[in-house]
Design a protein around this ligand. Structure first.
Ligand code: 13P
Ligand code: SF4
Length: 298
């Protein structure tokens, strides 16, 4: 059976399987560790394994490679790309920096290595607020997620400019979705990822990363929740809380690129050691400085 073969190969090759909460249920179930972007980066940085099989999107595997340059990092499906990460280019950010030398560049982890290399510090959805609080008196350019940037700006009141990027599944959540689901489930708590637009986030009982949403629901006395992020998280929510009820805020909440990896792809990646992530050394070194700064402050 495929699952037994994956387990055997994992042991034989001293490999570890990391998966994001947006992965298919069966991928989450075979993973050694399932987490949000921050926890996955930490795990990748600290693992003793020789091979990391990263079930997520490209920027996540690339971040793991930058943090663990001596490990072999494999992405089971080559074309698992985050669409938000494609919304900013090296040349455009370089030009922005030349035109705005007074603004520090705070960069969301959902970016390619060359963008991280141009940045002062990296953040994820779970540590962005905590990290940005260290820069109260600085002028900031937050790239590339305008929604998370505008959320931080409205919450902290700092001088934050935002890049016009967005996540295509969270961007299209509306107040109307909230109204509809709240009418259907009036007692449910509304938990939303900060990649959603500000007017939607303003309706939430809690705003947080995937892991923070999982922790909030698990620790809450409430029994019913409306979830404003990718449907993959429902698997972990339901596993941790078998007696609680979870409803997705919108049917459109499914990231196609996060759902590309199958068990066969994981097996193929392990057996052929294929789709290895490579990052040019100069870019990797610069990106690591910004990532290490994130680790230091989070
Ligand atoms: P988390 O860091 O909350 O896991 O989010 C990653 C992501 O891609 C959200 O769309
Ligand atoms: Fe990127 Fe959005 Fe998919 Fe997250 S859900 S990986 S931000 S496209």
């Amino acid at each position: 059976m495929l699952i037994d073969e994956i387990k055997r190969l994992k042991k034989e090759k001293n490999a570890v399987i990391l998966a994001h909460f947006y992965q298919k249920d069966e991928i989450q179930d075979i993973a050694d560790f399932v987490g949000d972007s921050l926890a996955l980066s930490r795990t990748a940085a600290n693992t003793d394994a020789d091979i990391i099989v990263f079930c997520g999107v490209y920027f996540m595997a690339e971040t793991a490679k930058i943090l663990s340059p001596n490990k072999k990092v494999l992405l089971p499906k080559k074309n698992s790309l985050c669409r938000m990460a494609a919304m900013i280019s090296y040349d455009d950010l370089k030009q922005y920096k030349e035109e705005h030398p007074d603004r520090m560049i705070v960069t969301y982890v959902n970016t390619r290595a060359e963008i991280k290399a141009l940045s002062d510090i990296i953040v994820t959805s779970s540590n962005a607020e905590k990290i940005v609080k260290n820069f109260k008196d600085r002028k900031i350019m937050y790239v590339p997620d305008k929604n998370l940037g505008l959320y931080l700006k409205s919450k902290l009141g700092y001088d934050i400019d935002v890049w016009p990027g967005y996540c295509y599944i969270h961007e299209f959540l509306t107040r109307n979705d909230v109204k509809k689901l709240k009418t259907e489930y009036p007692d449910a708590k509304l938990l939303i990822h900060p990649e959603a637009p500000l007017d939607v986030l303003e309706q939430a009982d809690f705003v947080g990363s995937t892991k923070q949403i999982l922790d909030y629901a698990t620790n809450s006395d409430a029994q019913e929740f409306i979830i404003g992020t990718d449907k993959g998280i429902i698997h972990a929510l339901q596993k941790n809380n078998p007696n609680k009820k979870f409803h997705l805020l919108s049917k459109g909440l499914s990231c196609i690129n996060m759902k590309r990896i199958s068990l066969q792809d994981v097996y193929d990646a392990l057996s052929k050691e294929q789709h290895e992530i490579k990052v040019p050394e100069d870019i990797s070194k610069k990106a690591k400085v910004a990532l290490d700064e994130m680790m230091r402050l989070s």
